[in-house]
Design a protein around this ligand. Sequence first.
Ligand code: UDX
Ligand code: ADP
Length: 458
Amino acid sequence: MRICCIGAGYVGGPTMAMIAAKCPHIRVDVVDLNATRIAAWNSDELPVYEPGLDDLVRSARGRNLFFSTEVKESIKAAEIIFVSVNTPTKTFGVGAHKAADLRFIESVARSIAEAADTPKIIVEKSTIPVRTAEAIQTILASSEKGLNHQVLSNPEFLAEGTAVADLNMPDRILIGGEQTEAGLAAVEKLVSVYANWVPRERILTTNLWSSELSKLVANAFLAQRISSINSISALCEKTGADVDEVARAIGSDSRIGPKFLKSSVGFGGSCFQKDVLNLVYLCGHFGLPEVAEYWNQVIAMNDWQKHRFFERVLRTLFNTVSGKRVAILGFAFKKDTNDTRESAAIYICKDLMEERAKIAIYDPKVEAEQICQDLEIESNHPGIEYSASAAEAAAGAHALLVLTEWDEFRKLDFEAIYKSMVKPAWIFDGRSLLDHAKLRQIGFKVYSIGKPLPPESL
Ligand code: UDX
Ligand code: ADP
């Protein structure tokens, strides 16, 4: 069997590497229009940082896993075609900032219609709005070749930073297909691929629309938990309760459960905001404004949380950060990834730039070039420094902002950092990551999200 995957990004790359590693009898071709990205997949410096990914790719690359830009040839040769291209939120026109931009999906559907000369099973992996499969089918059907392609929905639930473990032992695999004989046969074919390593009872099959919608709903529920705990973090700060204690207390209720209750400076990532906005758009489109508004609050709360953190920093530093050095520890949207999409750090840095702070940014995995792109600045932009270590960023700073929960930040030499900072030396812990009692002993002033406010807070 031959599988082709169009789109060699954070989803396509790791997912195909796992399929190839687990199914040595299947040839997997990962293709992308972006030749630089493909070259990186073929090198020792993969374009995606994920713990365990290097070994996984090395185990199969050149054996039954191939990365290339040969989109047409790979489509022709494959029986199953995964589509994992990006689907950003639209930035213009109807549905701007809410609806998904499907131009990449559409272009892939057209490429398949053009290149295929046998019937294919086309598998949507990208996060897409409900009923996209229908659009893909329409494009394929309009080709005059009369081939009977099947479109399946197989949403990806892996989380970045733990992608390899998630792919190796998924909670579930979800496959949606048309409820016709041909549709069900296609579903079975895809089931047989995953069944090489995933227990059958974890492979759920549904109709197309349930599968597509489930992806949006899963992410909306997860994002909602974070917005809920973040809303409570603000109340904790006012009342003297500790949000981590509250999370542990409520999470011990087996009906609630302990996961996704960590309050933070706001969720980021390529999926949560996009998927919730998609859900909002969909509800609006189907005449359900109350439902749309309900889910919109998840985003509104997240925006507020990011801004609230920045305002706390500003107020605490005597209402002015102009010309003051502020160290940013962590730029990725979570630890163990080099991905910065929708990272809270972007918003907080932009707010700080508006206030003319001097910003020194350190992240163990994010490149300076990426930071410039995210902040929409040139690499020599005055007032922004890309530090090689946390200590370097902190030297001479008035405040240190922890925005990503990288493990290494726990182990920093805070005694030395304290000495190198301007006094009073502030730490704003946006991930409640550090040992605050110890930091206070050293002499730091500490603010941490959801923790009782120190008496000196403004
Ligand atoms: C998410 C979903 O978890 C995954 O199933 C889906 O396939 C893609 O979207 P991802 O965005 O990679 O995965 O990471 P996730 O671990 O969900 O974290 C998203 C954001 O929420 C991060 O910014 C993270 O720091 C934040 N978060 C997560 C919290 O602030 N608190 C938590 O308790 C959990
Ligand atoms: P995700 O997180 O969903 O994997 P990425 O942006 O990391 O998103 O990856 C999507 C990839 O899809 C990009 O590398 C992009 O170049 C690729 N892509 C987009 N459109 C096409 C297309 N028509 N043909 C081939 N590759 C495409």
